[in-house]
Design a protein around this ligand. Structure first.
Ligand SMILES: Nc1ncnc2c1ncn2[C@@H]1O[C@H](COP(=O)(O)OP(=O)(O)OP(=O)(O)O)[C@@H](O)[C@H]1O
Length: 279
């Protein structure tokens, strides 16, 4: 990865709190969330179901607003960052437009946001140019599928299209909400590898929600461990394993060390959870 030109964090949350509902039925989805993600890092968020992982991502994506505290992308609000096309989002299901072929799907954001893309790229600190999307499609094995419709693709192929599409405007922040959870293990491992190759090529900060400890360790510079009731961060673990992290790396003692560490943190967070969580 090239070195980011600024020391300002790509993503910053301070005291972020999100409550769904009001009165006795209110639910504190997130409470006191402090997190700084430096530019260019690959950060995974892991935790049991209902601990607020998606809510955290949705706050950064400006799909939800925090009730209190601060959420910033590059020092600006998520709404402003999204308006400037600084943020890419890959949801759990790819949500491709069914009447457009693969190439048309991935180039659509570039075509409809021509102005925003040009403005940003002109000010890019390292002279980056817009990604060559047909080349990225070929790199993730979709060279032969560029003119197929989404319905003619497997789930793994559709998810690769969604990832390349999200990279089209060269977002400074790429948010991914369990993008590989519906895929079989072999496809998932192959997509992890391809995602790392893309990330290595396109300087971006990734925030990646997952339920898989192995996936988190393999992909990440940092793993954020969350616990529920109320949703909160209980640990931030740096994964200082060498890259690239291929299949052989997954079998090493160092890799297992990080897996065990994260599993222990998840278990103790669950054991120690407070019971009162009403607003
Ligand atoms: N729109 C909403 N209205 C009310 N409650 C919500 C809403 N969205 C999420 N919640 C609740 O907030 C809590 C956190 O949900 P969230 O989806 O962020 O958790 P998660 O960790 O991503 O879960 P999972 O791993 O199952 O996807 C859960 O208890 C959920 O039921």
């Amino acid at each position: 990865m090239s070195t980011p030109a600024t020391t300002e964090p790509a993503i910053r949350l301070a005291g972020a709190r999100k409550v769904y509902g009001t009165g006795p039925g209110a639910l504190v989805a997130l409470d006191g969330v402090d997190l700084e993600i430096p530019a260019g890092r690959f950060v995974s968020v892991i935790g049991p179901s209902g601990c607020g992982k998606s809510t955290l991502l949705r706050l950064v994506a400006s799909l939800e607003r925090a009730d209190s505290g601060t959420v910033e992308i590059r020092g600006t609000s998520p709404e402003e960052a999204c308006a400037q096309k600084l943020v890419g989002f890959v949801p759990q299901t790819p949500a491709l437009l069914p009447w457009l072929d693969v190439l048309q799907n991935v180039t659509l954001p570039q075509r409809v946001n021509r102005g925003a893309g040009r403005r940003r790229l002109r000010h890019a600190p390292d002279g980056r140019t817009a990604p060559d999307l047909p080349r990225l499609l070929r790199e993730v094995g979709l060279g032969e599928a560029m003119h197929r419709l989404p319905a003619q693709l497997s789930g793994g192929m559709q998810q690769r299209v969604a990832i390349v599409r999200a990279l089209g405007l060269q977002p400074e922040v790429l948010l991914m909400d369990e993008p590989f959870s519906a895929l079989d293990e072999f496809t998932r491992e192959s997509l992890q590898e391809q995602l790392l190759d893309l990330w290595d090529e396109i300087t971006t900060t990734v925030m990646f929600v997952t339920h898989s400890v192995t996936e988190a360790v393999r992909l990440s510079d940092t793993v954020v461990v969350m616990a529920p009731k109320p949703g909160r961060i209980v640990d931030v673990i740096d994964i200082d394993l060498p890259r690239p992290r291929g299949a052989a790396q997954l079998k090493t003692a160092d890799f297992h060390h990080f897996e065990d560490l994260i599993r222990d943190r998840l278990q103790s967070a669950w054991r120690d959870r407070p019971t009162a969580h009403a607003a």
